[in-house]
Write a protein of this length. Structure first.
Ligand SMILES: [Zn+2]
Length: 704
């Protein structure tokens, strides 16, 4: 199924993953909210009837755990953050048409209604499952109250999500070696009755849905893999107090259950649309036309919540008789100075901090939307920020605006009275086409580039035609060039508005236009500007080098202070970092535990000097007196080698014989604890995860 190009005749809604109401916003969050805001504004400049809605995610264990730690009621706790978000977003020109929260009446009622419908349609059943339980705390352990090992990839995982490994959603009871996050004790599994949503019934529907889905490719491809692996039904209730009550009778266990946070969170997209519609009137915007008719629904999310949006959510919508999303765009993460953003290590740029440093929000909006494609991770450093701002906004856009408008003002007191030239008209039409195409590709980077390249053309145009040399001898020609430049300046302002709304508005006013540039459509970029305007001012300011040095140092000192100078072994604080809302909007990645990539490159010859071979471990035994060392005998095809490896504590030695391994065969011989080591076994990471081969390479084969 393919969709008509934007703009369509149907009303549209753009949403962004809800922030968990439990911590300060940072640029990891802002990337998603700004990107979605820019996308919505861009749709409007195309002439699409579109709104942008969101809300705070009040429920779930991230909020409950943090509220508990502070000894406050989860509702009060979450409401406080909600109010703070409501204040913060507009400061970044993130302009929601409605911003609700998941605990309000609209969402509570709608959630219960949808669950009741799914139940009536026969998609919900009850099942006995194993639920983690902490005997000391005398409490069941839903989701983030429990941690353990992912059963799919073996990574350390939260109760409901393999956040550090394969990113899969985990069902209650799935996490292995469960540990309570309340007491740190090992958890027991106890049998409980819970409600399940029959996602497996929707396999065919979802396959077709994904084929027609627009947005980023990761939002289609990952779910296709999950479908291929076989969809599991989804447990939609939890043993806790904080949340929306399951809407019907109690379960067989006689307990009240609340709905899993991922049931009511996406329903807020509908609720928030409904609230908007009720406020402005259905004549102006009809939420039912969008959600139960043929409206255009686009979700911008972080890539860690693809499964919730591309599997569970469309299945719920289908089962309850609602319209499905047209597009899902899943963004990459933000890194800081090449390392993973980490709130516990204070390696973040906080929303508040950015504003306090006195930077205009449009600079960050431009940086975050144009630095990488949506799917890519974007690195933030003050250096790169400076380079982008000084190069593109100050040097290209700002410079073109100021020099052309100033020239126009001084010589013509505004826009010269002549028509725009054919060359310039065509160039602007080309840029409009690029913007149109980029929006249809969900590429805000493309929108920004089209605008900046148009400004670049303007600079070249003015340089090439040198109007300052023409005013005396060829006044008509001079007037033509400047007339063209004012048109180009206006066009750049219109095209850039989705990304830099304030700066575009300033430009709009400078050329004497009335009203809001936000109401302008792409075609207005070709409309003649007003005849006269006042003396213009410069709209962008260069960021000086010493400012960047100061900000970089500040950030480094902060990270050092938070980690006590030790940036690598701060695991205790990690729990705190992870539930600070980041994940819902693509906040963070865990590369901060990784060693930095090497800068120095080596030649192929150097690599060939390494004789790396496939081996098979024949025997493995601990070396007496050495805490960590094991003596291995490894068959490498030609011979059997004795190798000493530091894996005694990390592996069950009895299980190793027969295991295929990879070793550096021409490693210098060494003697450890009196035992000669003739080669080196290759292993990954602190846990010495032994390398092996994916297929059936024979023992003795060379790695190349
Ligand atoms: Zn996993």
């Amino acid at each position: 199924m393919s969709h008509d190009e934007f703009p369509t005749d149907e009303p549209a809604v753009v949403t962004c993953g809800l922030p968990y109401a439990n911590g300060d916003l940072h640029i990891g969050h802002l990337r998603g909210y700004i990107g979605a805001d820019a996308f919505n504004r861009a749709l409007e400049t195309l002439g699409q009837d579109s709104i942008y809605v969101c809300g705070s995610d009040m429920h779930g264990t991230p909020v409950a755990v943090n509220a508990e730690q502070q000894g406050v009621d989860p509702e009060d706790f979450a409401l406080e953050w909600h109010e703070q978000y409501e204040e913060t977003f507009p400061k970044f020109n993130v302009d929601f048409d409605n911003y609700g929260h998941t605990h309000d009446e609209t969402n509570t009622e709608l959630t219960q209604e949808i669950v009741r419908t799914l139940d009536d349609e026969g998609y919900i059943y009850e099942k006995e499952i194993q639920v983690a339980y902490d005997p000391e705390a005398d409490q069941y352990l839903p989701d983030r109250y429990v941690e353990g090992t992912c059963p799919y990839c073996g990574a350390k995982a939260r109760g409901d999500e393999c956040d550090e490994g394969c990113q899969r959603h985990l069902e209650p009871g799935e996490v292995e070696d469960p540990t309570s996050t309340i007491t740190g004790n090992p958890a027991e599994y106890r049998e409980r009755s819970h409600k399940f949503f029959e996602v497996s019934e929707f396999t065919d529907f979802l396959t077709e849905f994904l084929d027609g889905l627009e947005g980023t490719s990761n939002a289609r491809n990952q779910p296709r893999q999950w479908i291929e692996d076989g969809l599991q039904d989804w447990c939609i209730t939890r043993d806790m107090d904080w949340g929306i009550d399951y809407p019907s009778d109690e379960t067989a266990d006689g307990d009240d259950l609340v709905l899993y946070v991922w049931v009511d969170a996406p329903i807020e997209y509908i609720s928030s649309t409904k609230q908007y519609s009720e406020r402005v009137g259905a004549d102006e915007y009809d939420w039912e036309q969008v959600w139960t008719g043929d409206g255009e629904i686009m979700h911008i999310i972080g890539r860690d919540i693809i499964q919730h949006h591309a599997i569970f959510w469309p299945a719920m919508l289908e089962g309850a008789g609602y319209n499905k999303p047209r597009g899902i765009a899943a963004t990459g993460f933000i890194t800081i100075n090449g390392k993973g953003l980490s709130t516990s290590r204070n390696r973040a740029i906080w929303a508040k901090e950015y504003l306090e440093e006195g930077f205009h929000p449009d600079l960050l909006r431009y940086y975050l939307t144009t630095t990488g494609g949506l799917q890519q991770d974007v690195d933030f450093s003050w250096d790169a920020f400076q380079e982008k701002v000084n190069g593109e906004l100050v040097g290209t856009v700002g410079n073109f605006w100021y020099r052309s408008l100033l020239f126009a003002y001084r010589n013509y007191e505004g826009t010269p009275e002549t028509d725009v030239s054919e060359e310039v008209r065509e160039r602007i039409e080309g840029a409009i086409g690029d913007v149109r195409e980029s929006v249809n590709d969900y590429s805000m980077r493309g929108v920004g580039q089209a605008a900046t390249q148009l400004a670049q053309f303007g600079n070249e145009y003015i340089q090439r035609n040198e109007p300052w040399k023409l005013t005396d001898d060829e006044p008509e020609r001079a007037a033509q060039v400047i007339r063209d430049c004012v048109q180009l300046a206006k066009a750049v302002g219109v095209l850039l508005e989705p990304i830099t709304p304030d700066k575009s508005q300033d430009l709009w006013a400078q050329i004497g236009e009335d009203g809001d540039v936000a109401d302008a459509h792409l075609e207005d970029a070709l409309e003649a500007p007003p005849r006269s305007f006042d003396e213009p001012g410069e709209l962008f300011e260069k960021i000086e080098d010493d400012r960047v040095v100061e900000l970089t140092e500040k950030l480094e000192e902060r990270v050092d202070a938070a980690t006590d100078g030790d940036d690598e072994t701060d695991d205790a604080a990690e729990t705190e970092s992870d539930d600070t809302a980041g994940d819902e909007s693509g906040g963070m990645t865990d590369t901060d535990d990784l060693e930095a990539l090497a800068d120095d490159r080596i030649g192929f010859d150097d690599f060939q000097d390494l004789d790396i071979r496939v081996g098979r471990i024949e025997t493995a035994e601990g070396i007496e007196g050495a805490d960590d060392l094991a003596r291995l005998e490894v068959d490498i095809g030609f011979e059997t080698r004795q190798i000493v490896a530091g894996i005694k504590q990390l592996h069950d030695l009895e299980e190793l014989p027969g295991t295929k391994c990879v070793l550096l065969a021409n490693m210098e011989k060494a003697e450890l604890f009196g035992v000669e080591s003739n080669g080196m076994i290759l292993a990954a990471g602190e846990e010495a995860d032994l390398l092996t081969t994916h297929g059936d390479a024979a023992v003795g084969e060379k790695i190349k």
